[in-house]
Design a protein around this ligand. Structure first.
Ligand code: SAH
Length: 254
């Protein structure tokens, strides 16, 4: 997959794109990310890409000419079918959007600064606007990196163990289960016995149940489309939280 980024701060992409999973994915050719410096398309030799807003008001607005020129310059290597403006008023990023974007052959991520970009860029050039949450950052670079990182996990081969993706929070539709590693006992804190006993079916059931328990506590809105198996586990959790001991519950069933 190919991703083109347009920014006035290409340096912000250097470390994140060279380290860890993303760095390896790019080295292995699974992901191709090119960062275009908007200043190369500036209006003058001082590198001007912004101007005061029409109608007055604070701050500066990014002008359309450099943005149009920068994005159109990508045409020989990018289909420009999905040109995404990072914007707090965009669709809020979630796993569904990430999966949809990961299925595209290529993307352009546009990273404004200042008060944002001239509206004509978003109306006439961008196909999507994406927000990473209801708060305001000082530029689109960190949001674009969030999008790139999330997408990269969906591209087969980038995360070494695909099971680690398919058991992630949200990928499964719910939050992820708790994880533990050695030591088995730290101070008086013990790792649940089931995880140490090697019964894979029991472990899978425990993980699903604990994932449901956390989701029920923190994000009950995600439980809407549960399977029948999940509903049975949720009923157990419900009973436990009402103070019915799970041991008694199990005995009653058998
Ligand atoms: N005045 C604008 C905010 C400008 S912040 C407003 O009120 O909407 C400067 C740039 O940072 C934005 O144009 C956008 O590209 C980026 N940005 C800020 N917060 C963001 C968010 N939550 N998601 C995605 N991009 C964001």
């Amino acid at each position: 997959m190919r991703i083109d980024v347009v920014t006035i701060f290409p340096e912000m992409f250097e470390a994140p794109l060279s380290l860890s999973l993303l760095g390896r994915a790019i080295d292995n050719g699974l992901l191709d990310v090119d960062v275009t410096n908007l200043r190369d398309f500036a209006l003058d030799r001082h590198g001007t890409v912004d101007d005061a807003p029409f109608g007055g008001g604070p701050g500066m607005v990014m002008r359309c000419e450099p943005m149009f020129a920068a994005i159109e310059s990508l045409r020989d290597r990018n289909s420009l079918e999905r040109v995404i403006l990072m914007s707090p008023r965009g669709r809020r990023l979630d796993q569904e959007i990430v999966s949809e974007l990961a299925a595209q052959p290529d993307l352009v991520l546009v990273c404004p600064r200042y008060e944002g970009v001239d509206e004509r860029v978003s109306r006439a050039l961008c196909t999507d606007e994406i927000s990473i949450g209801d708060y305001v950052l000082s530029g689109g670079e960190l949001p674009a990196l969030v999008v790139i990182d999330a997408i990269s996990r969906m591209i087969p081969g980038i995360v070494g163990d695909w099971e680690s993706v398919t058991t992630d929070s949200f990928y499964t539709g719910i939050l992820g289960p708790p994880q533990y590693t050695r030591p088995a006992v730290f101070r008086d804190l013990e790792v649940p016995a089931v995880l140490r006993e090697g019964n894979h079916a029991a472990i899978a059931r425990w993980r699903r149940k604990e994932a449901l328990r956390i989701t029920r506590e923190r994000r009950p809105d995600l439980l809407e489309f549960c399977s029948d198996d999940d509903r049975a586990l949720l009923a157990e959790i419900e009973a436990e939280s009402r103070g019915v001991a799970s041991g008694i519950n199990k005995e009653n069933k058998t």
